[in-house]
Structure formats: C-alpha cells, structure tokens
Design a protein around this ligand. Structure first.
Ligand code: PLP
Ligand code: ZN
Length: 427
C-alpha cells in the first residue's frame, strides 16, 4: 500500500485542541495533522503529539472534575475541538469501576480488586471510546462516510456513532461473527459487509480500498484515522486513576486484539504522571489473549521482540487478530513495567465469564472472560501480586456472545403448582 501524504494546505484550519502534530513512533518525524497513519520516512506508525505546556496541574484537575460524566471531561488531553461536548455524538465513557470484593475473595486478592466495566458504554463495548475520537477527526477532515474493519464491536460502535452524527457508514466484518455482533452492527441502518475470510483478510481489504477511488472520501476509523482513534483508549487510564481518587493502580490486566488499547492505556498513565495529576510511582501492565489467538503472549514467553502472525481459532472473536499491529509495542510495555502477557483456553474463558457473573453480577463477553481468566492464571503462577491494587478490564457485554455460555439455562421446568415446585427439589 502506498503511504498517503497530505499537503498541509489541504487542511489549513484543523482545530483539534492540544493536538499539535502527528509524530512517528519509530523515528520521531513530524507531519501536520491529517488523515495519515504511516510515516513517509520509515513507514512507522504515526501518533498524536500534544502541547500540554500551558496546563497548570490544579487548574486542569478542577476543569476535569467539573466536566461532563463522559470521556469529554478529558477533552483538554484529547485530539478534539474545544466545543466537542456540543456536537452530536454518543458521549461514551465514565463507566463503572466496580470494587469486586467477592471475586477478590475467590481469587485470594487482598490488595483491592476492581473491574473497569466498559460494557456500560452506548453500544456495550469499549469501542465507543475510540470511535468518538475518530468521528471528531472525520468531521475535522471533511469525511462524510465512516468505515472500519472490525472483529464485531467496532462495527456496531461505528454504525451507532454515524447514525447519531449524520454520517453514512459502511463497515466490514468477517462473515462468521456472533449473531449478537452482526445484529448490533446492522440495526443502526448503515451498510454492513461480511467478508469471506478472517479479520486479517478484512483489514487487508480495507487497506486496499483506501488506496482505491472507491474508498475516496471515506474515514476508516482504525486505518487512516487510526492515530486519532487510538487516543480514545487513553480515557480508560484517565478514568481508572480519577475513580481511584487520582491514584495509579499497582497492576492492570488489559485484553489484546491489535494491542492498541494496551499501548494507549500506558500512554495515558504516563501523561497523568507527567502532568502531576497522579504520583510518579511504578505500575505493572499485563496483557491477556486467548490461546487460540495468542501471537503476543507466544512472543512474550519465547523472549522474542517480533510477533509472528497466527491464524485465529477461538471463541474470543473480538480479540481474534492474528497479526496485531501494536504487538511489538505491547511486548515493550509488558517488559518495561515488569508485567507479562498470558493466554487462556476457550474453556477457561467460559469458566471465567461464569465466575465474574456469579461473584459480581457482571455478564462479560468473551474478552472479559479472557482478562478474568488470565488474572486467575497470573495469580496462580505468582506473576500478579495479590497484595496490590489490581484493575481488570471488562471491555464488552455478554449479551453479544451468548453462544459462549450456551447450555446455561433453566434450572427446571414445572407445572404452575406448588406440588410440582416441591417435586423439582427447589423448595
Ligand atoms: C477491540 C476490542 C479490544 C481491544 O482491541 P485492541 O485492538 O487491542 O485495541 C478489547 N476488547 C474488546 C471487547 C474489543 O472489541
Ligand atoms: Zn518514521
């Protein structure tokens, strides 16, 4: 694919708040803000560089705390225009940080265990956070169609955001996703296209479409708008710290699909430290995958710096990216913070979904089963410290992956009589 460059004159007045430029993560080369994602010098990924120099810590904290109960309370730290809260969007975020005492007891965690429950977002997954950022970028760059390659949740989030904001949407998914994800992506009225292949095939197709006249004027939230999209995951880090009383968690367990979310959670924590909003002390980041799609944990355990692509085969379809773009950066972060990347089997995923539901009343999708299952495994292996404050992410809603817990159902079927109830042994 050709690297797309944008002449700075084509976007003369893009106002995205404190976002100052795009900067290459590999070589540091800077380009003006635009719908570009790869460095023209070295093909490395571009990310948002900010100018936070004008912020006073206490004033910033007050401004955030006085902000709306959604991600826009952190607008001063995001690539969005100042009046973002007045625009038509889904306003995701500020989801619950649940103190999971029952689960903690069951797992033997004594230092405080929390579940950041992102199933509470408008389309019931964490993807609303990243799409909200991409939508603002799409508006700023004049796109009128929103698109994406998706493992399921992203398609729904894009469909809903486009509906609210008055954009056309056309999204692409592997043809064999869960029914809940398909319905959720289609119901908002945009176009939904199933591709005969896995996510990595879908992603490759979208990259081709961007370079073709057929995709002209399209904002692909996770391709040409990826630098903006990715920043949405920082809000998870901000919220967790603010909800802990402006404290860093000691340990955090994050699911990995492309690895973008994990790398941006780290970026968000680093920013809070630099801005003086939290104390500067160590934290540990753990990555979680399903065994049937575990390219990053495989590389971590082998001590490799490169991530070898895999062909996914797991019920955790939202995480089924066999060739994760941010894999090497995830390895760096896990190693730098003293964490690890671990994986669990599909059976362990199902077990963990039921464990979380039974102990905390939270019904997670398979990705939540992955993080809870990995947390249990890391504790067993002595890699996660039970005496420290730990946050586990649940990034999606179990109603979208009902098949994973098929067989869970009625305790009994009885006639509407007391005799029948007693006979069933339930009295
Ligand atoms: C997309 C997704 C993730 C993480 O995706 P990254 O590509 O690693 O940012 C995690 N959980 C769910 C449920 C998702 O849909
Ligand atoms: Zn570069």
């Amino acid at each position: 694919m050709a690297v797309q460059t944008v002449a700075s004159t084509s976007n003369p007045a893009v106002d995205l708040g404190p976002a100052a430029a795009l900067s290459c993560r590999e070589c540091g080369h800077r380009v003006p803000l635009g719908p570009v994602f790869a460095c023209e010098e070295c093909f490395g990924p571009l990310e948002i560089a900010y100018d936070f120099s004008a912020y006073d810590t206490e004033e910033l904290r007050r401004r955030i705390e006085a902000g709306p109960a959604n991600i826009w309370r952190y607008a001063p730290l995001l690539p969005v225009p100042a009046d973002v809260a007045d625009k038509p969007n889904l306003n995701p975020g500020w989801t619950k940080l649940v103190k999971a005492d029952n689960l903690a007891r069951e797992l033997g965690v004594t230092g405080g265990l929390f579940v950041k429950d992102d199933s509470g977002n408008p389309t019931h997954s964490f993807k609303d956070r990243v799409v909200a950022q991409a939508l603002e970028a799409a508006r700023a760059f004049g796109f009128t169609t929103l698109s994406c390659s998706s493992t399921g949740n992203l398609a729904g989030a894009v469909g809903a955001a486009a509906a609210r904001a008055g954009f056309r949407s056309c999204v692409f998914i592997p043809h064999d996703l869960e029914q809940g994800k398909v319905v959720m992506a289609a119901v908002y009225g945009g176009e939904l296209v199933g591709i005969e292949g896995n996510y990595d095939d879908v992603n490759r197709f979208c990259s081709e479409l961007i370079g073709d006249p057929a995709g002209e004027g399209w904002g692909f939230v996770n391709v040409n708008l990826r630098p903006y999209y990715a920043e949405g995951s920082k809000t998870l880090a901000y919220e967790i710290c603010e909800q802990l009383g402006w404290r860093l968690p000691d340990q955090i367990v994050v699911p990995i699909a492309s690895g973008s979310q994990l790398t941006k959670i780290d970026k968000g924590l680093q920013e809070l430290i630099k801005l003086g909003l939290v104390e500067d002390r160590p934290y540990v980041i753990f990555g979680a995958q399903a065994e049937g799609c575990s390219p990053v944990s495989t590389a971590f355990k082998a001590g490799h710096d490169v991530v070898r692509p895999q062909k996914p085969n797991t019920i955790a379809k939202s995480l089924a990216i066999g060739n994760p773009a941010d894999g090497p950066y995830v390895l760096d972060i896990a190693r730098r913070t003293g964490g690890a990347v671990e994986d669990v089997t599909d059976a362990e995923v199902v077990d963990a979904i039921k464990l979380l539901a039974r102990t905390e009343g939270i019904f997670a999708e398979t990705a939540g089963g992955v993080t809870v299952g990995v947390t249990r495994k890391l504790l067993k292996d002595g890699l996660l410290d039970p005496a420290k404050t730990t946050v586990v992410l649940n990034t999606g809603d179990g109603l979208k992956t009902l098949d994973a817990v098929a067989g869970t159902g009625l305790s009994a079927t009885i006639r509407p009589t007391l005799d029948s109830f007693r006979e069933a042994g339930l009295a």
